[in-house]
Design a protein around this ligand. Structure first.
Ligand code: PGA
Length: 250
């Protein structure tokens, strides 16, 4: 974490929580996070719980991000949701290019178009990248992450800096309990920052680490100079555990 960049902790709920469960979570979380703390906080509910989450968090500092956004404004895209629809449902931001979305078919070109569409609509976009275990073992992490960041930012410009965040999430650490070491997280997040600096002001860009972040390891990961917060999956589903990670960032 650097002094000039405000940390961000976002909880990616993935395909968990109904609207009622989301509301209960948000009410509990609002009572646990210190609203004056120098950290941005967001939850990423499934599409169906965006509105309930946003309603429950109204008047708090906690933001609501969707887990994906389609690049088109409208049209014949069965099962997809546009940026304007997300904003209509109360979203402030969206994840783009999560590895689970990429595994489901989202391409680098779509990621780039979604980054553009989300930012143009006024959303904060968290563009995700990260290598598989095979790529890491082959010693190709730097090349992989470099390519994903370059391709993901293919339509971005320097003016996007205030609405852009990049999350480095090694696939081998997601949901596995096998966290990257602080050195591994630092090394990869520094690469992300350097590559993104080809487009935006790298010193202002927030780069998050994600992959089995929990209350026990969050502080040491976020203490790395190029790690400006966390994208949290499993440990974000419980308000106490998520609030503990937020407190570690603050
Ligand atoms: P995890 O998920 O914290 O459960 O590893 C992180 C993510 O996929 O964003």
């Amino acid at each position: 974490m650097s002094v000039g960049r405000r940390p961000l902790v976002a909880g990616n709920w993935k395909m968990h929580k109904t609207a009622v469960e989301a509301r209960d979570f948000c009410v509990a979380l609002a009572g646990l996070v210190d609203s004056g703390a120098p950290v941005d906080v967001a939850v990423c509910p499934p599409f169906t719980a965006l509105q309930a989450s946003s309603d429950a968090l109204a008047g708090t500092e906690v933001a609501v991000y969707a887990q994906n956004v389609h690049e088109a404004d409208a049209g014949a895209h069965t099962g997809e949701v546009s940026a304007a629809m997300l904003i209509d449902a109360g979203a402030d931001g969206a994840l783009v290019g999560h590895s689970e979305r990429r595994a489901a078919g989202d391409t680098d070109a779509q990621v780039a178009a979604r980054v553009r569409a989300g930012i143009d609509a006024g959303l904060l976009v968290v563009m995700c990248c990260g290598e598989s275990i095979d790529t890491r073992r082959a010693g190709e992490t730097e090349e992989w992450v470099t390519r994903q960041v370059r391709e993901g930012l293919a339509q971005a410009t320097a003016a996007d800096i205030d609405r852009l965040v990049i999350a480095y999430e090694p696939i081998w650490a997601i949901g596995t309990g096998e966290t990257a070491t602080p050195d591994q997280a630092q090394e990869a997040c520094a690469i992300v920052r350097a590559v993104a600096s080809e487009v935006v002001d790298g010193q202002r860009l927030r780069v998050l680490y994600g992959g089995s972040v929990n209350p026990g390891n969050a502080a040491e990961l976020m203490a790395c100079p190029d790690v400006d917060g966390a994208l949290v999956g499993g440990a974000s589903l419980d308000p106490e555990s998520f609030a503990a990670i937020v407190a570690a960032a603050a």
